[in-house]
Ligand binder design. Structure first.
Ligand code: GLV
Ligand code: MN
Ligand code: MN
Length: 412
């Protein structure tokens, strides 16, 4: 079979086009199920259909495009893809790269008439960035959300997921019917930017991911009492931010007590009712915590909740905790690591084996099928910021390693 490669200039222009949706001065704000996300989804459908392919959306918003050889349409498929939602005020490459490279893969397989022995499916996972639940779409593929868990999921603006899905005109009941049948995925491969500086500082072209960190999350609500900011003496207040602030100051010590690798972040804080001259009645903290072992994440969660409860007690507050399910740390498939290394070497690229500290849908997919990830360098290691950047040469190189890997998996 002759060498099939991606169309680098088309890949660049699809990435640039996608970056129009939710565009900021130099990045994108395209949080899941926002108007910008809906526009990007509509644009993607048109792109896919213009290529003579069709796009399917499942109940939670995962998108699928399949190319299948005649006579083997039901064989387990090779999946590749990523996500097109972004963090608020994020960059243009996180998720977009692996999604648009997957589009390029299905386009090239069709155009070059690659003799597939099994289907290849492009997937775009919903809400990877966890506006409603970390890795929402891929979690729903491996473990569909029971109706009450689904009904309780809230976004960063405290809106309900079911309202967001209903607002898009989707059948909310279908959001619980997203499971992928066991054995239907042959393998999954995701291309992504590294989001750190290891490749850049070690001058390696391609990162071959060995494992992905596990993640927990949830919400703490400290409740006190609203009072007048001028007339209520400091000693007479039940200010929930005092408890929340004291709790947050302890995060470094709490994580250090668990392991050297544990991290915990509060990236969203809200107070109610929210007036400069009102002692708040409620303080809400959204937490994200990670480690490389499941037991450590469980211990971290227990320690965080205990510290929140102690801080609340010291200030005469109540605290409630709503937990997100834990996404397990995932070792990736060693056979796929070897394959990615050999495809990259065959294209003249240096490689480096490395773990991922960022979460990815690949960690859920690894529970369904052998899974691999390909990283390309991130300039300055910057990510989750408009400063996110990778060179077009690296984008094309990564996409060609992805295409070569998918072809190897789908033709043998
Ligand atoms: C995804 O970007 C994550 O690591 O949260
Ligand atoms: Mn990502
Ligand atoms: Mn991200």
């Amino acid at each position: 079979m002759k060498d099939v490669t991606v169309d680098g200039s088309r890949l660049r222009s699809t990435l640039e086009e996608l970056a129009r949706f939710g565009a900021t001065a130099s990045g994108v704000s395209r949080t899941s199920f926002s108007a910008a996300d809906a526009e990007a989804r509509a644009w993607l459908r048109a792109e896919v259909e213009a290529s003579g392919l069709s796009l399917r959306t499942d109940g939670i918003g995962n998108l699928f495009v399949t190319v299948a050889p005649a006579g083997a349409t039901d064989a387990p498929a090779v999946w590749t893809g990523s996500h097109i939602d972004s963090v608020p005020d994020g960059g243009r490459f996180d998720g977009a790269l692996g999604s648009m490279a997957a589009l390029e893969v299905v386009r090239r397989l069709t155009e070059a008439d690659v003799p597939l022995r099994r289907p290849v499916t492009m997937v775009v996972f919903a809400d990877e960035e966890g506006c409603y639940h970390h890795l929402l779409g891929s979690t729903a593929l491996v473990r569909p959300f029971p109706p009450d868990e689904l009904a309780a999921l809230r976004g960063r603006d405290d809106d309900l997921l079911v309202d967001a899905l209903g607002g898009l005109g989707w059948d909310v009941a279908a959001a619980g019917r997203t499971a992928v049948p066991a054995g239907s995925v042959h393998a999954f491969v995701e291309l992504h930017i590294e989001q750190g500086a290891v490749l850049e500082t070690s001058s390696a072209d391609i990162g071959v991911v060995t494992s992905i960190v596990g993640m927990g999350g949830g919400r703490l609500e400290f409740t006190g009492r609203a009072d007048h900011a001028g007339t209520t003496p400091m000693a007479m207040r039940r200010d929930p931010l005092r408890g929340a602030g004291e709790f947050l100051a302890q995060l470094p010590d709490i994580t250090a007590s668990i392991s050297e690798t544990a991290v915990a972040t509060c990236g969203i804080i809200g107070v109610e009712p929210g007036g400069a001259n009102v002692v708040p009645a409620l303080a809400r903290l959204q937490l994200d915590f990670r480690d490389v072992r499941r037991e450590a994440i469980e211990d971290l969660e227990t320690a965080l909740v205990a510290a929140a409860s102690d801080a609340a007690g010291r200030h005469g507050l109540e605290v409630t905790h709503t937990r997100d399910s834990i996404t397990d740390p995932a070792p990736l498939d060693s056979g796929l690591q070897d394959l990615i290394e050999s495809v990259a070497a065959g294209r003249g690229h240096s490689t480096r084996l490395m773990p991922s500290g960022a979460g990815h849908d690949a960690q859920n997919m690894s529970r369904l099928a052998p899974t691999g990830m390909i990283f390309i360098p991130s300039t300055g290691g910057r990510s989750h910021s408009p400063a996110e950047h990778s060179s077009w040469a690296d984008v094309e190189a990564g996409a060609n390693v992805l295409l070569g890997t998918v072809i190897a998996l789908a033709t043998r």
